[in-house]
Design a protein around this ligand. Structure first.
Ligand code: G6P
Ligand code: MG
Length: 212
């Protein structure tokens, strides 16, 4: 049924979501703004600037565009420092084995991530050059829940979106897949959204979904 699988990166292939949390937490603390895991879950899949706007919902004051850009850049500097701790050890054996098994079944594998750091992360975990196509924050205008990032991934893979399965941990990402007319599997935090085509309790459940 499926010709390709398009994976979100943060929170699906690897756990950079905790680094996003730590970096935003530091920025929020310096601003004196309340921030917790629940707010962090709302940031999954959406762009850096949109994430900042959500964090600033609890900020009582006015910031101009320049100040906002400064804060977003500061968060990214902290985040990139944290990413340096990542290594191929941060790619789980289960994820690696599942990706290889999907490829052996003849499926094309792509990345559909809102992050502008996707290439750097893939390099850190030893997957640079592994995927057949990468669509990320550098080639899109509209972030998830807009389907752009996934539709471009399908195009880069030369596949019809209907033949692509999206794997996501974010509500915004699952909505993006739906908006692009693509089936999707929810994993991790995405399971509680109840809008996915499939619920994946664990990454290797993907092997039960795709045709042998
Ligand atoms: C992913 C994460 C989001 C993050 C976005 C942008 O989708 O789930 O939390 O805001 O990427 O990441 P970036 O690395 O470009 O700041
Ligand atoms: Mg994600």
């Amino acid at each position: 049924k499926y010709k390709a699988v398009i994976f979100d990166l943060d929170g699906v292939i690897c756990h950079t979501d905790r680094y996003h949390y730590q970096a935003w937490k530091q920025v929020a603390e310096e601003l004196g703004v309340y921030f917790d895991e629940e707010i962090n879950n709302r940031l999954r899949g959406i762009s850096r600037m949109e994430s900042l706007e959500i964090i600033l919902e609890n900020y009582h004051g006015n910031l101009n565009q320049e100040e906002k850009t400064f804060l977003a850049e500061k968060k990214n500097e902290i985040y990139k420092e944290l990413l340096k701790h990542m290594s191929p050890k941060d790619l789980s054996g289960e994820v690696k084995a599942t990706l290889n098994a999907l490829r052996l079944k003849g499926l094309k594998l792509g990345i559909g991530s809102s992050s502008k750091n996707a290439g750097f992360i893939l390099e850190r975990i030893g997957l640079f050059g592994y995927f057949d196509a990468i669509s990320d924050g550098n080639n899109i205008i509209n972030s998830k829940p807009d389907p752009e990032v996934f539709l471009k991934a399908a195009r880069f893979l030369s596949e019809d979106p209907k033949g692509c399965l999206v794997v996501e941990d974010a509500k915004a990402g699952l909505e993006a897949a739906k908006a692009g007319n693509m089936d999707c599997g929810a994993i991790g935090d995405g399971i509680s959204c109840n809008i996915a085509t499939y619920q994946l309790n664990t990454f290797s459940d993907l092997l039960k979904i795709v045709e042998p």
